[in-house]
Design a binder for this molecule. Structure first.
Ligand code: AMP
Ligand code: MG
Length: 380
């Protein structure tokens, strides 16, 4: 099944490999995406419900002993749009399920420890979506560009980082590494905005202009990061950053697809519904029991319909992922697609967005009608 807007999944369109050529990247391009800005924005909004349910399932699974989690690593120079991704993409899900960590200039205590020490402490626990605003990659970027350690020290770190990330992935975390790469001209515009606009001035650090002078050194350092640390267990997605809306829709898709690959299921309770129901209803005024049961039945119908929507949306995203899996040779250590893209308990006929919203409206109408019928009955 084709996705109307993603001609090629961002997993495929944005993935960096060992011979990645950063100079050739068109920073204002929109790889894989055929739509315009308005389509991109609409798609991000549309993904909200799906992302939310997937995140809640992951969270619930974590509460019931599951070990899965997601770690989104965001890298990019000043004004690349890392904050916007956190606000517009991660901001769509329940903040209780998100663990956000920002990594700035290391404190004295952090400097006294191994550079991965502060990173380990912030890894997401089971059921969480962790987000790193900058990360251990600064230790082969700013550290290298500013000569904060000897070359042999930072050179040794690429392998160390790969091994570190392998360990994290093996413990149940899906790592999504996103580098937002905007152009030097675009950065000038965004920095100037921070200088001119009173409501943006707080974001500018005077060191940003010093960092900008080292633009070319940073590009070289980033290119090495992409070439040396884009592994099968934790690949890099290099996102052209000049169009903020594109970066947001691309990251939304990467995160959604990662959650669908995990395919978290609602945990099975350790108690029996019939027993708990009997116990509860024994405490309710017998005259109210029928109304109560009826009201909950209605909620159940709603939930079932919503579940249908969820499954249809999920199937649509999974189909795109599946299609692209077919395009690339699976890596040696990559888990075979275990059919999670088409889970048996979750089978559903895909429904178009338009149909979906019509269905939703219909459900709302029916519910309203039932409610007014009921209140009339009560008045009688
Ligand atoms: P910002 O993300 O704009 O708040 O800035 C954080 C600053 O901390 C950036 O200038 C980074 O280069 C710097 N930073 C982050 N990690 C390190 C590190 N390991 N060593 C030195 N500077 C760092
Ligand atoms: Mg900054």
């Amino acid at each position: 099944m084709a996705d109307q807007l993603w001609e090629t999944s961002p997993h495929l369109a944005l993935r960096a490999g060992p011979d990645f050529d950063l100079a050739a990247l068109d920073r204002s391009s929109t790889p894989g995406f055929t739509g315009r800005k308005s389509d991109g924005k609409a798609r991000v909004d549309e993904r909200g419900d799906l992302l939310n349910e997937l995140q809640e399932r992951l969270f619930a699974d974590g509460r019931y002993g599951g070990n899965r989690s997601v770690l989104l690593i965001l890298q990019g120079l000043d004004t690349a749009g890392k904050g916007g991704i956190v606000r517009h993409v991660i901001g769509m899900v329940d903040p209780q399920g998100v663990a956000l960590a920002s990594f700035g200039v290391p404190t004295e205590e952090e400097l006294a420890n191994h550079y991965l020490w502060r990173i380990r402490k912030k890894l997401p626990g089971p059921g969480k979506i962790g987000v790193f605003d900058r990360s251990h990659y600064e230790d082969v970027l700013v550290t290298r560009v500013d000569g904060l350690v000897e070359e042999d020290v930072w050179r040794a770190r690429y392998d160390e980082i790969n091994a570190f990330e392998k360990e994290i992935v093996d413990s149940g975390t899906t790592i999504i590494k996103v580098a937002l790469m905007h152009s030097k001209e675009e950065q000038a515009g965004r920095l100037l905005e921070r200088i001119e606009r009173p409501d943006k001035r707080w974001k500018l650090s005077t060191s940003d202009l010093e960092t900008r002078k080292k633009w070319d050194d940073y590009q070289a350092a980033y290119e090495d990061v992409f070439r040396l640390t884009s592994t099968d267990h934790a690949p890099w997605y290099v996102v052209p950053g000049d169009k903020k809306w594109y970066a947001r829709v691309a990251v939304t898709e990467l995160v959604t697809q990662a959650l669908i690959d995990i395919s978290p299921q609602w945990p099975k309770p350790r108690w029996k519904p019939e027993v708990q129901r009997r116990k509860l209803l024994a405490t309710v005024d017998p005259e109210l029991v029928d109304d109560l049961v009826e009201a909950v039945q209605e909620q159940l119908e709603d939930a079932k319909a919503e579940h249908g929507d969820f499954l249809a949306e999920k199937a649509r995203v999974a189909a795109l992922r599946q299609r692209d899996n077919g395009h690339r040779a699976p890596a040696a250590d990559e888990q075979p697609n275990d059919g999670s893209a088409a889970p048996t308990d979750d089978e559903a006929e895909p429904v178009s967005s338009e149909k979906k919203s019509k269905k939703k409206k219909k459900r709302k109408k029916e519910k309203k009608r039932a409610q007014s019928k009921k209140s009339k009955k009560r008045k009688k």
